[in-house]
Design a protein around this ligand. Sequence first.
Ligand code: NAD
Ligand code: WQD
Length: 342
Amino acid sequence: MKKGTVLVSGGAGYIGTHTAVELVAAGYGVVIVDNLANSEACAVEGVRRITGIEVPFEQVDACDGQALRGVFEKYGFVSAIHFAAFKAVGESVADPLKYYRNNLTSFMNLCALMHEFGRSDVVFSSSATVYGQAGVLPVTERSPRLPATSPYGNTKQMAEDILRDCCAAYACMRGIALRYFNPIGAHPSTLIGELPRGVPQNLVPYITQTAAGIRPCLSIFGNDYPTPDGTCLRDYIDVVDLARAHVAAVDRMTQGRMEASYEVFNIGTGRPVSVLELVEGFERANGVEVPRKFAPRRAGDVPAVWADTRLAARALGWQAVRPLEETLRTAWAWEKRIRGIK
Ligand code: NAD
Ligand code: WQD
């Protein structure tokens, strides 16, 4: 049975496409809104091929309030998931206004229209970056948010606060912020995945491009951290598991199961994995070599962060299930497909 239609802003992007697929599989209608600032229209085609449904796509900049209003006038939504944002940490330091303008204006436009149209439920893509280097690991949702170290990270904290305040003020409004840890991998169909532009900033796309011969050598940033093997520890979450967390969040809202008008959940595996373990795991899972060297620490990196996932398991009935090895296989299968490697 059709459960109602979800607005997916930024839905042509990496996490948005995977989420659109899982929403359709769960019985929701989906409308993708994206200005293709960091994605390609073929990603929407991938969603359509996987789902077998002509998922509607509106090429709209969510910062353009009038254009976004047109989307609200055309469709009726039960809820919205807001992925639309710029996400390059370094670029945000170099050009903070670009990030504050895009990430916050788009989100405020969406919240204002949800409120105006009497649609109450908003899921926001937040990030583990809000925790900075936590003193106690794993981090729970009650761990303090530390002052952001980049404008990008600051937009996540500010948008969380905007959503919290709207939910406190507007009787009709409910919000869930999902704090993602490190999303990796691709859809097993290899029809959708991550499409980084230029030199990848994130570890897994750098690994896959190195394995593909596009980059000569992976630099492992820092091997003198106070961790078991000296490299940083992160919580790598399969993008399909992550996508399903959004379905669980939308279900919780639409089924009236929220315990407060604004809730926050960590979305990770709860398992720390070092950079070295990840690279070696990738090689083992795929039978390929990743040339690598140790390099100095990267500015702004925290030594270790991983999630306490108990709240998400209890409240959302969600947990990550995909084995890391399988996720790393999908990452390589995707890279091979887009490069035409056999
Ligand atoms: P992505 O760049 O692949 O997807 C974001 C999409 O939003 C892109 O398709 C882009 O074209 C679109 N977009 C940007 N600004 C827009 C605007 N003004 N109007 C309409 N569309 C716009 O990124 P992603 O990895 O899929 O990330 C999705 C969300 O999750 C972002 O908010 C990001 O900050 C957040 N997040 C990502 C990660 C990660 O590591 N990928 C981790 C934590 C949080
Ligand atoms: C992971 C580990 C690097 C590349 C970033 C953002 C964060 C969030 C997710 C959105 C680190 C190491 C990386 C490389 C390496 N995004 N590394 N060589 O830094 O945990 O988080 O993406 O919210 O805000 O900061 O992820 O994939 O960049 O790095 O050694 O070429 O891999 O030093 O230890 P990070 P990442």
